[in-house]
Design a protein around this ligand. Structure first.
Ligand code: HEC
Ligand code: HEC
Ligand code: HEC
Ligand code: HEC
Ligand code: HEC
Ligand code: HEC
Ligand code: HEC
Ligand code: HEC
Ligand code: HEC
Length: 333
């Protein structure tokens, strides 16, 4: 028993010694936020060239990264022992913590434009859409990526699109308080934005329209355009070819691409020589609605009756046949 106690005591002392030794070799503590803010918390701190390097402590503390250390993002200063630090520092790599978004972003037109097409300054990296020290969450009304603020965030670069979008039915519905109406990221995604003429995007966006307009998508699928689109052949008309993408308007609005007076022009984009009678073609037929598609309704009725009749007749026929063979002794054996 005493031997055991002695052993434990020895272990305790040994461990204690190891711990202090560890602390001694680990003398370099990364600089804390207070160390950085001693200079950067001063609103007047500037670079040699006069641009500000001030960081608003309150704004940072109120951001999603308030609890994060400065040097967790500005990693090249984590091992710094003595100030001042070098003038030029490495760019912050957000993806070291947000790898999922990093991987998605890497597949986007924005990443491609930045890295491959040389649009280094024009195309957005993470911080251009999210900010730097004022990053807020998706559920924070004051944040750049709060649902209602997304059009303004994307529109800061895509001004022409924002203008068209602002005139369309979806923005109008949003202004009227319908939060279900789509913003840029619903149709384009936030991180895997593709070129608009990309085939995959064209198919996906048609499916996206369908998440909210399921009935019209069903009717679209009944048409030649819809069937061919479904097969993955994308050069026929999808939703946006007839309705527009950003300036979509109800058919009752005379400025709509699908208003009666504009249909010839809309269809002519692909059907050279389209005329008044060509555009009588119904792009959203519904065999269950007599008012909408009387011919289809009749055909649908006819087939329903025909099929019911066939099954009824042959069903009866088989039943009688079975009864007969049962009586004749076929059932017993
Ligand atoms: C002694 C004052 C001081 C301290 C402490 C200090 N900085 Fe700086 N920092 C500066 C000055 C001055 C500049 C502008 C340098 C220049 O002239 O470009 C600067 C620039 C920067 C830049 C911009 C670099 C670039 O490439 O443009 C970053 C990022 C930065 N500091 C982060 C930090 C972090 C993080 C800490 C804490 C670990 C810190 N600083 C601590 C004074 C300081
Ligand atoms: C969530 C990551 C993150 C954290 C945490 C962070 N920064 Fe930054 N900081 C950035 C980004 C992004 C930039 C823009 C330059 C870049 O992309 O590297 C930047 C730029 C800077 C600059 C250059 C001036 C400017 O505003 O562009 C200074 C100075 C700076 N940070 C200081 C700090 C200090 C001090 C702290 C801690 C109080 C801190 N940062 C915390 C991401 C961060
Ligand atoms: C073109 C603008 C844009 C760029 C570039 C961008 N984001 Fe986002 N991000 C958004 C939008 C918009 C949302 C909101 C998503 C939503 O509501 O569907 C978002 C959401 C997020 C979220 C919240 C969780 C989520 O996925 O919804 C994180 C984390 C995030 N982004 C990190 C990043 C990182 C890291 C990068 C760089 C690798 C990046 N973002 C680049 C626009 C952007
Ligand atoms: C050191 C790790 C780290 C780095 C680097 C970092 N973040 Fe974060 N980020 C966090 C943590 C922790 C949170 C809060 C927890 C959470 O909800 O994920 C957060 C939250 C977020 C959110 C809010 C997510 C939501 O749920 O709404 C966004 C957006 C975001 N970060 C973007 C960025 C961007 C952009 C950068 C680069 C400028 C960056 N982060 C760099 C750790 C980091
Ligand atoms: C209802 C779905 C939808 C919404 C919402 C939407 N887009 Fe689009 N966007 C599309 C479609 C579909 C196309 C392809 C149009 C085409 O092929 O003519 C497109 C094309 C684009 C293009 C490339 C072609 C061009 O017109 O410049 C950009 C850039 C773009 N959108 C940005 C945005 C931005 C920014 C927003 C938000 C303000 C937004 N989109 C909202 C569906 C949408
Ligand atoms: C910092 C500026 C900037 C921001 C913010 C930005 N973009 Fe872009 N975007 C660009 C640039 C630059 C390109 C590539 C050049 C081009 O093709 O127009 C591009 C390309 C695109 C394209 C492909 C255009 C095409 O011709 O096919 C779409 C779609 C798009 N962005 C949508 C968005 C959406 C959605 C958002 C917000 C979530 C957004 N962008 C935010 C600058 C930006
Ligand atoms: C996130 C949901 C959502 C998505 C995605 C969506 N819409 Fe809408 N759409 C709405 C809402 C909500 C309205 C407004 C309905 C109202 O005000 O009665 C609307 C209205 C319309 C209208 C006018 C209809 C009317 O009755 O006034 C048309 C046409 C339309 N959308 C076409 C499209 C097309 C084409 C796409 C894909 C490019 C699309 N929508 C994507 C939700 C969506
Ligand atoms: C070949 C052209 C064409 C295609 C493709 C097409 N539409 Fe239509 N759409 C029209 C026309 C024309 C109307 C208006 C007359 C009518 O109701 O038939 C209409 C009506 C609508 C309406 C009702 C609008 C209103 O104001 O009442 C919605 C919503 C709609 N379409 C959505 C879609 C969606 C979503 C898709 C893709 C799945 C799509 N459309 C594909 C031509 C088309
Ligand atoms: C984006 C291009 C595009 C638009 C816009 C478009 N179509 Fe089509 N449509 C096609 C293609 C491609 C085919 C298959 C080739 C063909 O038969 O011409 C097709 C086939 C058809 C067919 C069946 C094939 C046939 O010729 O009998 C009809 C009917 C039709 N379209 C009507 C319309 C009407 C009406 C509109 C306008 C409301 C319209 N389309 C708008 C591309 C388009």
């Amino acid at each position: 028993m005493t031997r055991r106690l002695g052993l434990s005591l020895a272990m305790f002392l040994l461990l204690g010694f190891a711990a202090t030794a560890g602390a001694q070799t680990q003398t370099v503590k990364p600089p804390g936020n207070d160390d950085c803010l001693a200079c950067h918390g001063d609103a007047d701190v500037k670079r040699e060239n006069g641009t500000s390097v001030a960081v608003d402590e309150k704004v940072f503390a109120g951001s999603m990264h308030g609890p994060v250390a400065c040097v967790d993002c500005h990693k090249d200063l984590a091992a710094l022992q003595e100030f001042p630090h070098p003038e030029k520092l490495a760019k912050v790599a957000c993806a070291t913590c947000h790898d999922e978004e990093g991987v998605k972003y890497h597949d986007s037109i924005h990443s491609w434009a930045k890295e491959k097409a040389g649009l280094t300054a024009a195309a957005p990296a993470c911080a251009d859409c999210h900010g730097t020290h004022d990053i807020r969450g998706t559920d924070d009304k004051a944040g750049r990526v709060f649902r209602a603020n997304i059009p303004a965030t994307c529109g800061s670069c895509h001004q022409g699109v924002l203008e068209h979008y602002g005139q369309g039915v979806h923005a109008t519905a949003r202004k009227a308080g319908n939060d279900a109406a789509p913003v840029c990221a619903d149709c384009h995604t936030a991180h895997t934005v593709q070129r608009a003429d990309n085939d995959k995007f064209r198919l996906e966006v048609t499916a996206e329209c369908g998440t909210c307009h399921s009935e019209v998508v069903e009717s679209f699928r009944r048409t030649f355009h819809g069937k061919v689109t479904e097969l993955g052949f994308v050069r026929v008309a999808a939703c946006a070819d007839c309705h527009g993408a950003h300036d979509i308007l109800p058919a009752s609005n005379p400025a709509s691409k699908v208003a009666k007076a504009n249909l010839v022009q809309t269809c002519s984009a692909c059907h050279a020589g389209a005329n008044e009678s060509f555009v009588k073609y119904d792009p959203h037929p519904n065999p269950h609605s007599y008012q909408r598609s009387p011919l289809m309704w009749w055909v649908n009725r006819f087939y329903t009756v025909l099929i019911a009749g066939c099954f009824g007749f042959f069903g009866l026929h088989s039943a009688l046949w079975f009864r007969r063979s049962w009586r004749n002794g076929g059932g017993r054996s």
